[in-house]
Design a protein around this ligand. Structure first.
Ligand code: ZN
Length: 441
């Protein structure tokens, strides 16, 4: 069936193209309200702010926010489960929790107003990617205790699109069947799952270019521009990157517009900062640091100066779309998903960026770490060819050397070991890909 054309448009021009002075006035009013709410309702904040002699009534400008201490994941864990809630349970209508795979679990809460704001934010970002009423949207993010699937579901319904909630539990073959037979116009999933679907299509001889899907929204993990280029070419769709995290609200924090020049942060609902990972001081435009977010409208569990552990940088200049929100670059990695090589921190996307330039290699790679800090960078990457097609180690040696040289030169590291393995050697995932592999030293 013919591809539907998705016309990018701004859903809420009034909020998104507001002159900066007006926006900042709105932010200040919302910030004051949020800080007062936290001070009154959450002993954790009250204690911390009393210790630094801060009272919300004293706040006169947005800059003063920087005087407040940071909040981090550890604070959420220590106050598990309900210590950071700012509303009693009879005003909480929804809970989500993290799986606790990297430590103790965390739980977040939403009031009715929070859900209303959340679905509105997601409807705005879906509209920025061209989704509109009448288009079928297939949501293949996980539904359940994480925020991806349900958040997008509410936003797409609110926009008036026709939602097909396949989740990531439906088999890749069935997902492809639905995309084709139901004339789906937009697909939402992790980049890794798009790759898994692509492999399924290859196996069954399906040409992805013939699918009706014209747009995709992907997120939930850091992915490189090279991977986007590959996916856009193979699927013949436009793929937008989205950003959010459960602790702050879920998806709906920042999103790319039709020009795909970084993410506009929804500043009418969040105040963003980017700080140096070590010193906590603001970074200069262009310099990488850690994204820090303060929520401005959340009631059930506001977050103040929350350190996301996500690495990004400011982009300068204006965007042709007319939005006045600040723009950040794509998130290039999570601190929790990086490894130390000597004194240097290496993110999977640093590697992805390089290996994806080699057409002979597949989308699957892993950084292997035995101890931190590592002395030698070890990478396993899959060939695009199956076991039976690999012509033996000699043939791969040349390629292996080329990849090692590229990594050595571009990342300026001395010791690199690349191991090319046949296709389908590394694990596949319906959610995030496993880019890091820890082995015992
Ligand atoms: Zn824009």
């Amino acid at each position: 069936m013919k591809k539907q054309i998705l016309h990018p448009r701004i859903l809420d021009k009034q909020a998104e193209c507001m002159p900066r002075p007006l926006l900042e006035e709105l932010q200040l009013a919302r910030l004051k309200k949020t800080l007062e709410h936290c001070y009154r309702r959450v002993p954790f904040y009250q204690k911390k702010w009393d210790a630094c002699h801060f009272h919300p009534e004293a706040i006169q400008s947005l800059d003063q926010l920087q005087k407040l201490p940071f909040t981090n994941k550890e604070d959420l864990r220590e106050n598990y489960p309900f210590g950071l809630f700012a509303l009693p349970m009879d005003q909480v209508v929804c809970l989500h929790s993290s799986t606790g795979t990297t430590g103790k679990p965390t739980v977040v809460a939403y009031s009715r107003n929070d859900l209303d704001h959340w679905s509105q934010l997601i409807a705005r970002e879906l509209a920025a990617s061209g989704l509109q009423p009448g288009v079928i949207v297939q949501i293949a993010f996980g539904y359940g205790i994480t925020t991806g699937g349900l958040g997008f579901h509410m936003g797409a319904e609110r926009l008036g699109a026709a939602v097909l909630p396949t989740s990531n539990t439906l088999s890749p073959a069935q997902q492809l069947f639905d995309l084709k037979e139901l004339n789906v116009g937009m697909l939402l999933c992790t980049p890794s799952f798009a790759t898994t679907l692509q492999e399924e299509a290859e196996k069954s001889g399906m040409d992805l270019k013939e699918l009706p899907v014209a747009g995709a929204i992907m997120g939930g993990e850091a992915w490189s521009l090279n991977l986007r280029e590959r996916l856009e070419k193979d699927w013949s769709f436009k793929a937008y990157d989205t950003y959010g995290l459960s602790e702050v609200i879920g998806p709906g924090v920042a999103h790319e517009c039709e020009y795909q020049k970084g993410h506009h942060i929804y500043e009418d609902h969040f105040i963003p900062e980017i700080v140096d990972f070590e010193t906590g001081k603001p970074v200069q435009p262009g310099e990488y640091g850690e994204l820090v977010l303060t929520s401005l409208t959340k009631e059930a569990m506001p977050v103040i100066r929350y350190r996301t552990r996500d690495r990004t940088r400011w982009l300068t200049g204006t965007c042709e779309c007319g939005r006045t929100f600040k723009r950040m670059d794509r998130v290039v990695g999570r601190l929790d998903e990086s490894v130390l090589l000597g004194k240097r921190r290496i993110y999977p996307s640093d590697i992805e960026h390089i290996v994806f330039r080699f057409n002979e290699l597949s989308e699957y790679y892993q950084l292997v770490s035995d101890k931190e800090p590592m002395q030698r960078l070890k990478i396993i990457v899959e060939s695009n060819r199956h076991q039976k097609e690999v012509e033996g180690p000699l043939q791969l040696n040349g390629l292996q050397k080329q990849v090692e040289t590229s990594i050595r030169n571009e990342l300026e590291v001395d010791q690199v070991e690349v191991n090319i393995v046949p296709k389908y050697t590394l694990p596949r995932s319906a959610g995030k890909a496993e880019r890091l592999c820890f082995t015992k030293a």
